[in-house]
Design a protein around this ligand. Structure first.
Ligand code: PAF
Length: 281
């Protein structure tokens, strides 16, 4: 596997050796887990060459301590990528290679998607995500780019970004991978204690319960049920639970025919923030 730490050499390699190839792209912030590996394997099966980026993007963190404590395991990540079958290029830049002189997020209008859920609770987060994904797309120029559905709102925002910037990229959403106890795989899980990891299984259990009762109960009843479930577990703090329209991400208060609904949740286990979601119909 070739590792590029500078965009110029990456662009040079892609535009010479791989100029007629379909390029798959998996942007990550590292601390790779099986969820990332499933995206990379899908990209490998659908493209001639796959670029993986590992870059902890400072402009998408609204909390300095979260940025500082975000797990960084580059040597382990490289070893893991080297076990995969297929041609992978790793882009592992420093902040200055991506942002040059100005480490700042651009302001985007994502048509309102950015003001829902994560947007309300992590001010500026999606401007940071949009900024870095736009920069990375312009460097890598992928044919297909792969994003996990765990960050479902991010996936919708990236699709919108491609539309507003008119980028020739096919954005592919991929299903959530889960630990044996149901917890959605995430790099942040590495920060959980054994007890927190066990407690966090409640998140998916509650989402499955919501999915099971969705057709029989009202949204108000479901919201109350979820609040109640988290009051029973002192080690988890519910930040938000919402049932929303899957396309607009607007909060739903009543169910309407012909709309796809999804339940979204954010929970703190100690200081570690976990998000998850599930399709309801
Ligand atoms: O989902 C992530 O890991 C990040 O938000 C992304 C898409 C790599 C942008 O920094």
């Amino acid at each position: 596997m070739v590792v590029h730490t500078q965009k110029d050499s990456l662009v040079q390699a892609l535009s010479s050796k791989y100029k007629n190839d379909s390029i798959g792209f998996v942007p990550t912030m590292g601390a790779l887990h099986q969820g990332h590996i499933s995206l990379i394997n899908k990209a490998l099966s659908e493209n001639e060459i796959v670029v993986v980026s590992i870059f902890v993007n400072p402009t998408q963190f609204n909390n300095a301590s979260d940025l500082q404590k975000y797990p960084r395991t580059p040597q382990k990540d490289i070893s893991l990528l080297e076990t995969l079958n297929g041609e992978i290029i790793l882009y592992l830049p420093e902040i200055s290679d991506v942002y040059e002189d100005t480490v700042a997020a651009q302001n985007f209008n994502f048509g309102g998607l950015e003001f829902e859920m994560e947007g309300k609770h992590r001010q500026g987060h999606f401007d940071g995500v949009g900024t870095v994904v736009s920069k990375l797309f312009k460097i890598v120029k992928p044919t297909n780019a792969y994003f996990g559905e765990k960050d479902f709102q991010q996936l919708q925002i990236v699709k919108k970004l491609v539309e507003i910037e008119n980028l020739p990229v096919n954005v592919v959403g991929c299903p959530i991978l889960r630990e044996e106890n149901g917890l959605a795989m995430s790099s942040r899980n590495k920060r959980l204690s054994n007890q927190q990891f066990k407690d966090a299984a409640t998140i998916y259990q509650v989402l499955k319960e919501v999915q099971a009762v969705f057709s029989d109960k009202s949204i108000a009843e479901i919201n109350a049920l979820v609040t109640e479930r988290f009051l029973q577990n002192a080690n988890l703090k519910l930040e938000y639970f919402e049932i929303a329209n899957e396309d607009t991400l607007k909060t739903a208060t009543t169910k309407k025919e012909g709309i796809n609904y999804r339940a979204f949740i954010a929970v703190f286990a100690g200081e570690i923030r976990l998000i998850d979601n599930i399709s309801l119909n």
